[in-house]
Design a protein. Structure first.
Length: 425
């Protein structure tokens, strides 16, 4: 085969598809899950701190370190299997421990993450969960266990992956601070399929929690957006009835538009992330291929009733903010147009006034020009008369001589001034 150069990113991109394998789990087992996020500017955080925190946990168990600048890690730490993943805004830790405690959802199971290690975390907990994975028994026993472990009013339960297991959760935080998930696995279900179910449940909880951050942001902005909406409506009313000076209205509109654009810029990332996370939640639930268990609500039903309204509120607020920004821009354009028209009318009136003044100045100039012809002619006649005085000795009187030269001199002066004026024009 003829050698060919590979693109420098070919292997890296191909390996990325296999970089985050699903966990492998057997029944019974206990899964503890933790997602950590910086409270602000999480996407721009120092990702090296995430690695340092992971290495601290690995060192406590004498486990090998990940590669430099790694974004994922999987390995054994003591009797637990750990999976660590670094995402755009957060990092997740999933620890799988063989067997289950006698006490369902025992808080002691979470001690795979030591308290002092948790305190040194470079962020805050977005969510944490405990999954109890046990063999599936008959439906009555499963129903009895669900009644003991979860709040019936909000319980979501379903058969998943062609009845490979029964998943359940009430999506409530228990007294220990964790979400609870129960997984009843049908006998004969493979380890990898169990691992995929575990991964999907953790992802549903994580991305649900992350997308709800957008809802929290909307609640903070709700009152201010309402104030800006009222202010914009009031300003547009003043534009309609001309109850305020256009210059003052334009200044208020510009300040309102600037604040709306600032809010849009500040919220654009969170709104975009909320939409992306919501899509992942729905996709992860869809791939579980749910079937109802004894008529109870499924995960999709729960999300439709409890989760979707919050996400719709976020999307509605995003559209409202954009609509307000567009209204402010259009109102500012209309007001600027009105100001420009008024200024054009003022400029037209000023030009007409200047035309009248120029006409008056021209008339005055013509008047002065006529007077100047008379004045110059007077002195010119006097000079010419002096030049012709010797003719008086030939019998011509002085008065007749002056009279004879007056008309030619005046005509010559008038003609000279006209020539000068033409050259200047």
């Amino acid at each position: 085969m003829t050698p060919i150069d590979d693109h420098p990113l070919r292997y890296a991109l191909a390996n990325e598809l296999h970089a985050r394998p699903f966990p492998v789990a057997t029944t019974p087992c206990t899964v503890v899950f933790l997602a950590i996020k910086k409270p602000v500017a999480a996407a721009a955080r120092d990702r090296g701190e995430d690695l340092v925190h992971l290495i601290d946990l690995l060192d406590r168990h004498g486990a090998p370190h990940p590669q430099p600048e790694a974004t994922h890690y999987a390995g054994q730490i003591g009797r637990h299997w750990l999976k660590w993943e670094q995402h755009t805004e957060f990092v997740t830790y999933t620890a799988i421990t063989p067997n289950v405690s006698d006490r369902p959802f025992n808080p002691a199971d979470f001690e795979v993450f030591p308290p002092d290690w948790l305190m040194s975390s470079p962020g805050q907990r977005v969510t944490s969960a405990m999954l109890r994975v046990v063999e599936r028994q008959d439906d009555d026993k499963v129903k009895s266990s669900l009644a003991n472990w979860f709040e019936p009013e909000s319980l979501a339960v379903a058969r998943v992956l062609d009845d490979a297991a029964i998943c359940a959760s009430d999506f409530r935080i228990d007294p220990a601070g964790h979400m609870r998930f129960a997984l009843f696995v049908t006998q004969g279900t493979g380890r990898r399929r169990i691992g995929r179910i575990i991964q999907r449940l953790c992802e549903v909880e994580t991305y649900k929690a992350m997308s709800m951050l957008g809802f929290a942001r909307v609640k903070q902005l709700k009152s201010r957006i309402g104030e800006l909406d009222g202010k914009l409506t009031r300003l547009m009313g003043q534009m309609t009835d001309n109850s305020a000076q256009p210059e003052e209205l334009l200044e208020d509109l510009l300040s309102t538009s600037i604040e709306l654009e600032t809010l849009s810029a500040q919220c654009s990332f969170r709104f975009g992330a909320t939409g992306a996370y919501e899509a992942i939640v729905n996709q992860r639930i869809e791939v579980l291929r749910e079937e109802r268990f004894q008529g109870g609500q499924s995960f999709a039903d729960f999300m439709m009733r409890r989760y979707d309204p919050a996400i719709r509120t976020v999307k509605s607020t995003e559209r409202r903010l954009q609509a307000l920004s567009d209204r402010a821009i259009r109102a500012g354009d209309l007001l600027r147009t009105r100001v420009d028209v008024e200024r054009s009318a003022q400029n037209q009136a000023l030009l007409e006034s200047m035309d009248r003044r120029a006409d008056l100045a021209l008339r005055l100039q013509h008047t002065v020009e006529g007077l100047s012809v008379v004045a110059i002619s007077y002195y010119a006649v006097s000079l010419v008369s002096y030049l012709l005085y010797p003719l008086t000795k030939a019998g011509v009187s002085k008065g007749m001589l002056t009279a004879a030269v007056t008309i030619p001199v005046v005509m010559m002066v008038w003609f000279a001034i006209r020539q000068i004026r033409k050259r200047l024009e």
